[in-house]
Design a protein around this ligand. Structure first.
Ligand code: ZN
Ligand code: FE
Length: 255
């Protein structure tokens, strides 16, 4: 049995901590800062950090790796096509790695960055800055078409998959989702719930793919309601889903 919890970092990052209670070994995903991980290890004597999983090269995801490598014997996994500090296992699309005795499938999900990867183990998805709760990452390196393809691939995973993304952006994402789909009752309901959670200082993650499909406009570019909204802003053009996605992403950038 592996337990998953969040170590908050910076203002809105979560470093996901995976704990194997049988062996007292643990792993972290995207440690942008070493301090929260080292504080947790210091507070939990007997636990050994054995693995560090990296989704992409941005500093808020890799900033703590070098210090953690100095302090532990953890193995660092990361995308083959990006520069990742201390990376020992270079991963590409459809690779499979074993971490804490669990198999993780590696998916290439270009868009936010070109080499971005996600890690999937039956029902659990660690997707970095690709799919967010009610949103998606900005396109720093990839094209809208690449990101649309990446999100479509993640959305094809089982509906009960838990989505562990890196940032607490859910509330601002839902405000945008409600602007895109003002008539979507699931979006309104989720916005009300997340507003309460954030007012109480609670984390809104993980999400599920089922909930994302109901409320995340970036996974709903095939829906008439989303397409009509884009048409309303940009003029009707019988746009392909990837073009609807591109228009949505551009709108969100200035929302
Ligand atoms: Zn990033
Ligand atoms: Fe990030």
């Amino acid at each position: 049995m592996i337990q998953i919890s969040a170590l908050p970092a910076f203002t809105d990052n979560y470093i996901w901590l995976l704990q194997d209670h049988r062996t007292q070994r643990c792993a972290v995903v995207d440690p942008g800062d070493a301090a929260p991980v080292q504080a947790w290890l210091a507070a939990h004597p007997g636990w050994v950090l054995s693995d560090i999983l990296i989704t992409h090269h941005h500093h808020d995801h890799v900033g703590g790796v070098e210090q953690l490598k100095k302090a532990t014997d953890a193995t660092v996994y990361g995308p083959a096509s990006e520069s990742i500090p201390e990376r020992e296992v270079a991963l590409k699309d459809n690779d499979r790695v074993s971490v804490l005795g669990w198999d993780f499938d590696v998916f290439a999900v270009p868009g936010h960055t070109l080499g971005h990867i996600a890690y999937y183990h039956h029902g659990l998805l660690f997707c970095g800055d690709t799919l967010f709760a009610a949103g998606c990452g900005r396109l720093f390196e990839g094209t809208p078409e690449q990101m649309h393809t990446s999100l479509t691939r993640l959305a094809a995973l089982p509906e009960d998959t838990l989505v562990y993304c890196t940032h607490e952006y859910t509330l601002s994402n839902l405000k945008f989702a409600a602007a895109v789909e003002p008539e979507n009752p699931d979006t309104a309901e989720r916005l009300a719930k997340v507003t309460q959670q954030r007012a109480a200082g609670l984390m809104t993650l993980p999400s599920t793919l089922a909930l994302e499909k109901l409320t995340n406009p970036f996974l709903r570019v095939d829906e008439t309601s989303v397409k009509e909204k884009v048409d309303e802003r940009n003029g009707p053009d019988n746009r392909a889903p990837s073009a609807v996605f591109a228009a949505l992403r551009a709108w969100k950038d200035t929302f």
